[in-house]
Structures are given as C-alpha cells and as structure tokens.
Write a protein that binds this ligand. Sequence first.
Ligand code: FES
Length: 180
Amino acid sequence: MSLTGGVTRRDLFMKAGIFCNGVVGLILAVPFVRYLLAPVTRERKVGYDSWIPLGGLEQFPSGETRLATYRNPVVSATDGDTANIACWVRNVDGKTFQVFAINCAHLGCPVRWFPQSNLFMCPCHGGAYYQDGSRASGPPERGLFEYGYRIEDGKLLIKAGEMPTPGQASNIVREIRSCV
Ligand code: FES
C-alpha cells in the first residue's frame, strides 16, 4: 500500500526504524567517546597542582621524624575533617627531607613512627618500614609512598593535590641493598 508521493508504509517504518536506531546508537556512543577522549579533555580539579605548606622548618628538627597534617586541596565543602590528611616528615640532615604518606603500602592503614626502633610500623598486618621509608618486613611489597616537596621562605611545602602513587620516584637516592 502506497502513501502520498509513492512512499509505501514499509518504507516509512523502515526509515523511522533506522532513525530511531541511529538516535539510540548516538546516545550509547557518548560514554565511549568521552572515555576515549578523557586523557585529552579531562580537566584537573582546582588545587591538583598546588603546593601546600606543612609548616616552618623549625617544626621538623634535623634527624627526626615528625607527624604533620595538611588540608587536602582537592575537596568539596562537605568533606569536613576527612580532608585533613596526616603525613610523616623526616628531616634527614637539615637540608634533605622525606615526606611520607601515612598510609601503609599494603592496604592503607595508618603507619606509626617508633623512634625507639627507627621503624614505621603498621598496626593492621605487621608491616614495617625503615626510617627512609623502604620496606623492612611484612606484607607490603614496597616502601611508603612519598610526596614531592620543596622549601620556600623557611617553610616546607608538599605537592599534596596529587596523592603519592606507586609510579612516583623517591625524592632522595637510596642506597641499593644487596640480597646476598
Ligand atoms: S595494611 Fe599495613 S600491613 Fe597490611
């Protein structure tokens, strides 16, 4: 049966079906395209690249490891106290520092510094780290994560927007220990 202009009902339904399938296909393609373009188009949150002051250098005496806290720069207003993040600051020799994430490299429990034994200890599964953050024993497969740091106007600053990850290199060169 033909409608006006010689268009059959079959043709009309066929075109409507193709059109609807096209629309659905386009809608389904949006997340895939966004995923593929994410590395190019993704905007980093404000604060991602910021340097956060941990305090004056006098708060971190030479040769000691002290606890410090900072406010995570990548937060929303509702984050409250969860945005206050602790870290361990080691003043190696008065000029060189190491700033460790407080989270254990195994499953993230907060590690604690024991100056008596010169070890960071994890309360969850017994992981232990040497004073330079390298792994001493237990389940962690690597040392503590470290923040990048710099010193400016007598203050210690860390790059806190970017949380330490396994891919980041240490700030100081460590002696490589031999297994034999
Ligand atoms: S979380 Fe620290 S040893 Fe498992």
